[in-house]
Design a binder for this molecule. Sequence first.
Ligand SMILES: CC(C)(COP(=O)(O)OP(=O)(O)OC[C@H]1O[C@@H](n2cnc3c(N)ncnc32)[C@H](O)[C@@H]1OP(=O)(O)O)[C@@H](O)C(=O)NCCC(=O)NCCS
Length: 381
Amino acid sequence: MVRIADRPSDVLPRGLDGVPVATTSVSDVDGTRGFYHFRGVDPTTFARTGTFEDAWHLLHEGELPTSEQRAVFAARIGSAMRMPPVLRDALPALAALGPPGSQDVLRSAISAAGVALGCRPWTEQDRVTTDDQAIRLAALTPVLAAALYRLARGQGTIDPVPGRTIAENYLAMIHGDAPTAEQTRALETYLILAADHGFCNSTFALRVIASSGADVGGALAGAVASLSGPLHGGAIGRVPSMLAAIGDPARVEPWIRDRLARRERLMGFGHAVYRTLDPRNTVLRGVADEIGGDTVELAKLVEQTGVRLLNEHKSDKRREANIELYAGIALDFAGIPEELFGSTFTVARMAGWTANLMEQIADNRIFRPAARYVGREPDLA
Ligand SMILES: CC(C)(COP(=O)(O)OP(=O)(O)OC[C@H]1O[C@@H](n2cnc3c(N)ncnc32)[C@H](O)[C@@H]1OP(=O)(O)O)[C@@H](O)C(=O)NCCC(=O)NCCS
């Protein structure tokens, strides 16, 4: 058998592009058909009507909840949102580390929360405890994101209210006021669509860390670090500044041409797997269309022009706009401050990560790939 590491360097798939490295039954992306699903269910079918909790239940428990299961899961999440006092005490110091809304501060808080919850190597505790810690850390993420944001702005924190959905609570914990139904709807749609997406960089990172037996808090914090990168989830916070920099419809084409000529990436375009339109983009464009306004019209022009020029610029395979192009518009309408976009993506993706973590530990083998050494050979004489 020829191992990948033994193949000639010209056929080594850089970045493991398309190489299967595990089996999963959590979610999958079909880049050719432009389709993705959670456990066999297309999330775009319920993204405009369902709740984030439903998507999380589907990912974590394997099926959409019945009304009875929905109530049990909501109660479980509700109590998991309660902050341990030692963590609450640590938040002001954490918030002071960075600007309001920082995803990096949130990442540090998730790591700290893991310690506060007593997370230990999962190999040295039972499965129920590990599952409980994963759910608690994911449920605490919107609480932490909102609290850190407010503390960094010199405001007091707001506790979640039992009986509200995560989306309702998240918006209320950021602003103090209960959100409108339309705002909650826009946020629910985004959270559902972004809850998981196959074996993306952050999910792989999570599973690599978990595969060594490391604790849940460490694995989730590592996944947040991966997600924050501009080539992955970090693009969400960069699209609004791109639209603002373009500013005027007349500047769209020259701006994009200039960017491509300088070999810079267009944020919100391209995807490692999709060669057709990203289905999440289609749903969020629909949300943006209902919101309407100059920014939406500008984004649509940027999409048309960006796709045309990107494919002229590089014609080896088809590239389209991705989820991030309209995500900021939906989140802005929901009332999420721009600084919190990356943290809000983290809130959503925690759902998929908890499911992936539990799948990894159910049949674990430590990831230990190989690299072909091409450096200076040792002198063995
Ligand atoms: C998502 C992304 C990282 C995928 O990268 P990838 O798997 O290497 O993509 P592909 O194999 O399709 O193509 C890579 C090539 O196409 C070009 N390309 C791909 N996406 C591009 C973009 N958004 N802007 C400009 N050029 C792009 C690059 O020039 C790259 O060529 P290079 O290696 O010579 O620099 C990439 O499309 C990107 O950086 N997009 C912008 C960031 C973004 O929106 N991320 C969110 C993803 S949901």
